[in-house]
Design a protein around this ligand. Structure first.
Ligand code: GAP
Length: 474
């Protein structure tokens, strides 16, 4: 059964993964909040990325720079002049759309007119829209496309008229470039080495109906990997990073390789700073789209910052005395898109499995079959019934003991079958039920999410049992 966007959006709302931002006020454009299950899943994604790319490598260090940087950062980086999207407006409703997105949607209906939209200039997009009388989704005429800068502006200062303009960062990368000298001077890194950071970025995106795929506030996990192009071949380095990215998604996140592909950017499509770019695309419910980008940014950024700030951003090799401005390879991942991909990849709808507790015949269950290490909660603990204090007390002590080491949920509501189904939907790999037998022999039932098989385990061995499972499951 193919998973649809509606399946995912409904699960997200039903089980507390994602809510529309400011829901009670009718929402805010392209903005979403992450609920209790979503917050845990996001945290797990961040931690797994940080462990894999920063902590487990000898050539990487981490950083946490600000969202608001000196405004010249964005002048030097080229974002003030070149971080643009092509905008068209519905002449009647005044709703705004991305011209390239409307053309792409139109081409899907008219495959005989297929072309590479990324290769069109803004004027060519205007001509294409006019020549094919492409209309807005509401069926109205469109304005000619105009360049629209994606940076969010804000003001610094308290006195009206004397406030200065700042930009909310459009990518986390720039904080790494502006700290390059600090990092070189304060750590013992040697070339080649990388700096990674995770944080929020902001883009004034014009987007419709893509849920958390494209939002105005987003979280990025970016790496700038600095190297000397005379001693390190950039193509080889890019291939090494591409294979690290692929391994991370398929092995660490457990995503099916059948839904992944590499796509090289065309010359016209590439960002102003890049000499070569690949996207790692995932097959989302609405088609193949970018999950992760990798770009060879050369020494464009450090050179631009050195020129505008007048800071010396050359590196002097302590052994040879050679001076150079390092080049970078940049793997740039979106945490929210990773979240979306994991939900889409792990979503299963199947007949509810037979368990010893009541599940009505013919009932379906939704299972989020994420890797146990990613699941919002690892274990759910249930007293069989909530009105027997001795069961609740024992279950609480099991909960407290397990929660010292694991992320544990508590549920004492309704029948056990329903509780299992509810945990399946948030991806909890194991449920522990404390029943009357527990009071006699100190054993509990442990129920497995994927097989629905239940087995009895001794309370004293639970912690070691779950730790072993988490450590060994691929
Ligand atoms: N520093 C390079 C850079 O920012 P990008 O391709 O614009 O490159 C990197 O962004 C990643 O950030 C993308 O691959 C995507 O996963 C994520 N991303 C970009 N814009 C986004 C948006 N509006 N909403 C959610 N994620 C976004």
């Amino acid at each position: 059964m193919t998973t649809t966007m509606e399946d995912i959006v409904a699960l997200c709302k039903r089980r507390g993964f994602v809510y529309p931002t400011s829901d009670i006020y009718g929402g805010l454009t392209s903005s979403y909040d992450y609920g209790p299950a979503g917050a845990e899943l996001l945290r797990n994604i961040r931690n797994i990325w940080w462990n894999y790319f920063i902590k487990r490598r000898t050539d990487m260090v981490g950083l946490d720079s600000q969202i608001l940087l000196h405004p010249n950062t964005w002048v030097a980086s080229g974002h003030v002049s070149a971080f643009n999207d092509p905008l068209v407006e519905d002449k009647k409703t005044h709703k705004r759309y991305r011209a390239d997105h409307l053309i792409e949607a139109w081409i899907q209906q008219h495959p005989d007119k297929a072309l590479v939209v990324e290769d069109l200039t803004i004027d060519q997009m205007g001509e294409f829209i006019a020549a094919n009388t492409i209309k807005s989704p509401d069926g109205n005429e469109l304005t000619r496309p105009q360049k629209f800068n994606l940076l969010f502006e804000t003001k610094l200062g308290v006195v009206e008229g004397e406030k200065s303009t700042l930009y909310m960062r459009g990518e986390t990368a720039q904080g790494i470039f502006t700290n390059f000298k600090n990092i070189i001077d304060s750590t013992r890194v040697t070339f080649p080495f990388g700096v990674g950071q995770i944080g929020k970025s902001f883009r004034n995106e014009i987007t419709t109906g893509q849920f958390i795929f494209r939002t105005i506030e987003l979280e990025q996990a970016e790496i700038e990997y600095f190297f000397d192009p005379e001693t390190t071949d950039w193509k080889t380095l890019m291939d090494e990073w591409k294979s690290a990215m692929w391994d991370f998604v398929t092995k660490e996140l457990g995503v099916s390789a059948a839904h992944l592909r590499w796509r090289q950017h065309t010359d016209k499509e590439r960002s102003h700073y890049s000499k070569d770019t690949y996207d790692l695309d995932y097959e989302f419910p609405f088609g193949w789209k970018e999950l992760w980008g990798i770009a060879y940014r050369t020494n464009y950024d450090l050179t631009q910052h050195a020129n505008l700030s007048k800071a010396d951003l050359t590196y002097t090799d302590p052994k040879t005395g050679k001076k150079f401005i390092p080049h970078v390879i940049e793997p740039a991942l979106g945490i929210n898109r990773t979240f979306f991909m994991l939900l889409a990849d792990a979503y299963r709808k199947e007949p509810a499995r037979n368990t010893t507790h009541s599940v009505a015949g013919g009932e379906m269950r939704t299972v989020l079959a994420v890797k146990p290490a990613l699941a919002p909660t690892s274990i759910a603990v249930f007293p069989l019934v909530a009105n027997k204090p001795e069961l609740v007390e024992k279950a609480k002590s099991v909960f407290l003991d397990l929660s010292k080491r694991f992320s544990v949920a508590w549920d004492a509501r309704g029948n056990i079958g329903k509780r299992y189904l509810s945990q399946d939907e948030v991806g909890t790999p194991w449920c522990v039920t404390i029943d009357y037998t527990t009071l006699e022999d100190d054993t509990v039932t442990v129920r497995d999410r994927d097989t629905a098989v239940q087995e009895r385990r001794n309370v004293t061995e639970l912690s070691a049992y779950f730790q072993k499972k988490l450590d060994t499951i691929e």
